[in-house]
Design a protein around this ligand. Structure first.
Ligand code: GDG
Length: 483
């Protein structure tokens, strides 16, 4: 499979186009410790030498400089800027994570809005554009990621940047009735039309975007997702993200011999099964509903008591944000209630940790688990579902229980699909998985494995960049200058 860079080479006769990735947070090589977060993981798997990765350093303080801080590792250059305290609050805490994140996960009840936060959001995007422009070459291909940066292309265009610029949204996209609840949503939508390519995980999200574009901006797309807005051609594509399954499977196999996995297995005496959930601690992940589902299983089917232990790894994230602090308190209470109700002196049903675990160890934990429980209330894709499949032992694979509201459910149809709001349905799926015969487990797993090995991180990257690099034009538009 060609790498991102070799793919760019193939598409260009004259020079090698440099890939410039822009995301809110940059996973700096100097940062140690396990990281929880889908975007960093997926792009790390697809990253190739020569790339420039630009974004926020993660630091916020009183003094900020405009010149990016540049460092290199493994032939990748990382350039970052800091945010001021005010920028951090308005751009990151309030508008990105207090308005856009709940909206894009269909949680209008959690969506806050203040005009000054929107202004701060636009101002930070302009500052990103100013700083990035100083680093750009005319033939760079620019690939922007996620909802923090909807207006970045518009800001770059205002500075005269004519490069091809693509955008990929890692969350779901919402239909017009929901998007219009956000004040000034039309501005954001118009800004998205300054990109050449706009990518989504699923057809449903792309369809929602195109409906918004038609209803709110009056533009109409062809069957392939192409439309013109103010004379500019825009191409909306579907490109489901994946993982590096070979590497993850190898990690899982190696890590099965590690001390952590050995200790985990030893903590499951006799024929006791392990169910596992791994998520960032986020209200979109449906953790309370999942735990209620597990409690329903123990309450309605007592034969599973003592026979199954649930391990939930919920790495803390966005801890400065009120909704996340409240979620943590709620989960502490729910876990305490369930363990208080069902624990025996030598068996605790629900093991709950809010610390991140090393990636290789996670892979080994997945392999040790008979059930992978992935039940977000909404999720753009959900990489954990794919990692769980990649980690399984082909001879004795576990069963994936998957929310029908995760983007991954579009592909992984052989999982046990559930409504994550329905604790009875989660309990039933757990019972089905715990009693499933090996032949059915193997059949389902083989079908899922084929899909995970088909849509990999590398394939995702290749598809997006082939659209971005291609000098394709809408039949009704003037030809674009080749980048
Ligand atoms: C966004 C979208 C979309 C989790 N805990 C630990 C840990 N993780 C890793 C997982 C996985 C990643 O973080 C989480 O990825 P997800 O896809 O599940 O979710 P988000 O972070 O919400 O990502 C999502 C994704 O972007 C990509 O487009 O799929 O829908 O919301 O890789 O394994 N990793 C380590 N320790 C942990 O404790 N090392």
């Amino acid at each position: 499979m060609p790498s991102c860079v070799s793919l760019l080479d193939q598409n260009r006769e004259d020079a090698v186009a440099r890939l410039v990735i822009v995301s809110n947070r940059v996973p700096l090589p100097s940062e140690r410790g396990p990281r929880a977060g889908g975007l960093a993981v997926a792009l790390a798997d697809a990253l190739r030498p020569g790339t420039l990765w630009f974004g926020w350093s993660g630091r916020h303080s009183g003094t900020v400089t405009q010149t990016p801080y540049v460092q290199s590792a493994d032939s990748v250059t990382y350039a970052t800027i800091d945010l001021s305290e005010h920028e951090y609050r308005t751009f990151y805490v309030h508008f990105s994570n207090g308005s856009l994140w709940p909206l894009l996960h269909f949680r209008l009840g959690l969506m806050g809005y203040r005009g000054e936060d929107f202004d701060g959001y636009l101002a930070v995007n302009r500052r990103f554009a100013d700083a990035l422009k100083t680093l750009l070459r005319p033939d760079d291909l620019i690939w922007v990621h996620d909802y923090h940066l909807f207006p970045l292309a518009e800001a770059l265009r205002e500075l005269g940047v004519a490069n091809r610029i693509g955008f990929f949204l890692h969350t779901p996209f919402v239909p017009p009735a929901l998007l219009q609840a956000l004040p000034r949503a039309d501005h954001l939508l118009q800004a998205m039309c300054a990109y050449d390519v706009v990518g989504f995980h699923t057809r449903t999200y792309r369809q929602a975007f195109l409906e918004c574009v038609t209803e709110m901006l009056g533009a109409r797309a062809d069957h392939d997702g192409r439309f013109l807005y103010r004379g500019r051609p825009v191409h909306a594509i579907v490109d489901p993200i994946g993982i590096d399954p070979d590497r993850f499977a190898a990690n899982a196999e190696d890590s099965a011999r590690s001390m952590e996995v050995r200790l985990l297995r030893e903590s499951l005496p006799g024929s006791r099964s392990l169910a596992i959930g791994v998520d960032r601690l986020d209200y979109s992940k449906g953790l309370a509903n999942r735990f209620e589902g597990f409690a329903r299983l123990l309450a309605t089917r007592p034969e599973h008591r003592r026979q199954v232990s649930f391990l939930q790894v919920a790495a803390r994230s966005r801890e400065d944000i009120g909704d996340y602090q409240r979620l943590r308190r709620e989960l502490d209470r729910v876990v305490g209630d369930i363990n208080g109700r069902f624990s025996e002196f030598d068996w605790v049903p629900l093991r709950y940790m809010t610390r991140a675990v090393r990636r290789t160890t996670l892979a080994g934990f997945f392999r040790a688990a008979r059930l992978g429980v992935v039940t977000p209330l909404r999720d753009g894709m959900n990489l954990v579902a794919k990692e769980y499949i990649a980690a399984q032992d082909p001879v004795d694979p576990g069963v994936l229980i998957l929310s029908r509201f995760a983007g991954a459910a579009d592909e992984l149809t052989e999982a046990l699909l559930v409504n994550p709001y329905d604790s009875d349905a989660i309990a039933d799926a757990m019972h089905t998985a715990l009693t499933m015969q090996p032949v059915e487990r193997q059949e389902r797993w083989r079908a899922l494995r084929d899909k995970v090995w088909q849509n990999t991180a590398s394939h995702y990257c290749e598809v997006f960049l082939s659209h971005l690099a291609a000098d394709e034009v809408h039949p009704h538009s003037r030809r674009l200058r080749a980048v």
